[in-house]
Design a protein around this ligand. Sequence first.
Ligand SMILES: Nc1ncnc2c1ncn2[C@H]1C[C@H](O)[C@@H](COP(=O)(O)OP(=O)(O)O)O1
Ligand SMILES: [Mg+2]
Length: 196
Amino acid sequence: MFLLDKIKDAKIIFVVGGPGSGKGTQCEKVVAKYGYTHLSSGDLLRAEVASGSERGKTLQAIMQKGELVPLDTVLDMIKDAMIAKADVSKGFLIDGYPREVKQGEEFEKKIGAPSLLLYIDAKPETMVKRLVKRGETSGRADDNEETIKKRLDLYYKATEPVIAFYSGRGIVRKIDSELPVDEVFTHVAKAIDDLK
Ligand SMILES: Nc1ncnc2c1ncn2[C@H]1C[C@H](O)[C@@H](COP(=O)(O)OP(=O)(O)O)O1
Ligand SMILES: [Mg+2]
């Protein structure tokens, strides 16, 4: 209840799209323009791995295979991060979550309902190309061609149903992420402005 009270006036935006579609890139720009808090589930998990904890070691093995980590682990991390920012944040970008419909349902039970789902859409060829390039410098264990393929398969199987699920509620805005970064952002900003 405490958490819900504190964040009830803050907007929750789910940012959903395939690996390499440009979620992180757009979220950074939203942070700069709107001062929202950006929570990337992947970044939170990678921070846990980097800490060297036992939990981190388990997570590392799962992520290296391109699989989804247990639902409760991700949700707890997001929730803790939201609590930490609840006093200063007027909005939350939840990037890379929900990865499957069940994750969305659990989020709503424990935290709250999203006002908007930004669907960052790019073609599979584009995503692969961007990820391979990102892999040259990202140091991410999952930015290699074999894992990328598994992540894409999982995206189409598990995450696309999330978009259908929230489309039914009329909160999905599909964003063409084939365009140059700044043009993509024009559409993202429009979707956020329309919230007010
Ligand atoms: N609209 C765009 N045009 C060209 N490159 C883009 C782009 N959006 C993102 N990129 C690049 C930046 C990264 O190196 C790579 C993946 O972007 P990202 O924001 O890290 O994706 P995600 O967070 O969805 O995995 O693609
Ligand atoms: Mg990302």
